[in-house]
Design a protein around this ligand. Structure first.
Ligand SMILES: [Mg+2]
Length: 119
């Protein structure tokens, strides 16, 4: 499946892409903020989104809010350093399907993704 990775950190995108590749998921596209992520989705084909929360220009929360406002049901995994329950609830309310708290291991991310798609 085509997976969009939205993160302002190129290093973080590389880590996520490597973990996905180990899962056999090699069809990835990258975006460095929410605007670029919306543009990438508008081109079509994206089936799953992994997005950072903290990004310049448009953060992950605003990105997901806009995505859901357009009635798009693509599953979204949010990567965040905001570990409080309040922040997680805010993300879920915006339409995020699941959250992963930084720092995380590739194994943790793989487990989260597997859980999301087995629901
Ligand atoms: Mg960031």
């Amino acid at each position: 499946m085509m997976i969009l990775i939205a993160d302002d950190s190129a290093t973080m995108r590389r880590i996520v892409i490597r973990a996905l590749s180990e899962m056999g998921e090699k069809d990835t596209v990258e975006a460095e903020n929410g605007h670029a992520a919306l543009d990438a989705i508008a081109k079509g084909g994206v089936e799953f989104v992994i997005t950072d929360w903290n990004m310049p220009a448009m953060n992950g929360l605003d990105f997901v809010t806009q995505l859901r406002a357009s009635n798009t049901k693509i599953p979204v995994l949010m990567v965040t350093t905001n570990a409080s329950n309040v922040d997680v609830i805010q993300a879920l309310k915006a339409g995020v399907n699941n959250c992963i708290i930084k720092p995380f291991t590739p194994e943790t991310m793989k487990e989260k993704i597997k859980a999301m798609f087995s629901e």
